[in-house]
Design a protein around this ligand. Sequence first.
Ligand SMILES: [Fe+2]
Ligand SMILES: [Fe+2]
Length: 210
Amino acid sequence: MPPTQTQTKTQPQTQTQTEPAATTFTAMRAATRDDYQVIAQHAGRFFEELPGRVLTHLTLLAGDTGGYAVDRLTHSLQTATRAQRDGRDDEYVVCALLHDIGDTLACSNHADLAATILEPFVSEKNHWIVKQHAIFQGYYFFHHLGLDRDMRDRFRDHEWWRDCAEFCEKYDQNSFDRDYDTLPLEAFEPIVRKVFAEPRKTIYRQEGTT
Ligand SMILES: [Fe+2]
Ligand SMILES: [Fe+2]
């Protein structure tokens, strides 16, 4: 919400150094380059808080089991734990941790939402694995629902078919075990902050700059 004129006149003295100023334009066509220097400061701060928001959103997966033996958060943590213990690198483990983060808001295409969140920060291969994992995971249950368990074979000739199949086989389809020694979310916080530290690609940055 834009501040009132009164606020902008009285606030500068009381603003802390950690809080950048606010703009006063009411329509973007009236904004100036200086305004967007201010907006950029806010955007930078907001971006820095992204890993925290991701971690918070993961906690929304707690509680609901969907009928499985463990809740969605435990499943996600267990998938990441298995990947980490299997020697996968931090980026892969974070992808494993987030692969079902779309469950809350994208019930019909949860893998797409997870892939979209991760896309600026991970390799094309890891992005593809996350995006397609729902179809590959179907190999383990689609036939119980009258669906084609081999739906994944539409990607048979894809260079990363085996990688996605491996993710589901080794880490995802088997992560519903209450008795597994699953790591807590806090254990993954450092690598979530590391992977989400800087996007590799974004339309909000000129190509060739960092
Ligand atoms: Fe999934
Ligand atoms: Fe999963």
